[in-house]
Design a protein around this ligand. Structure first.
Ligand code: ZN
Length: 118
């Protein structure tokens, strides 16, 4: 259940950012999460909602974009999607390569609502 600590890190981020925008409030945080990051979006959303409930951040919503895993084949130098977490190049069949996308957990952007009396 590391989703709780990830949710907490998003809350820390919001608390950090919100002071930069007086008379505004952050209403939505957009996350990019790779499908190999071992994060369950539903669990993360639930953990986040539980943590912000009855706090000044209870209006903040999460928007999660899942990123498809990608790999780079060192034998034929092509980027390719990864299926079922199996590292095999669909072009040449090689398993010699690197995972280039799909393990990230990023706070991509956020939306603010302006002129909100605080
Ligand atoms: Zn290849």
């Amino acid at each position: 259940m590391h989703e709780i600590s990830l949710a907490q890190s998003v809350i820390d981020f919001v608390n950090n950012e919100k002071d930069k925008y007086p008379n505004s409030r952050i209403v939505k945080v957009k996350l990019k999460i790779g499908k190999l990051a071992s994060v369950f979006p539903d669990t993360l959303t639930f953990a986040f909602q539980s943590l912000v409930e009855n706090t000044p951040l209870s209006h903040v919503k999460l928007e999660i974009l899942e990123l498809e895993p990608k790999g780079y084949c060192k034998d034929c130098s092509k980027q390719h999607p990864l299926y079922d977490n199996v590292f095999q190049c669909p072009f040449c069949g090689s398993s010699n390569g690197d995972i280039t996308e799909g393990t990230e957990f990023l706070i991509d952007s956020f939306e603010i609502e302006e002129n909100v009396p605080t």
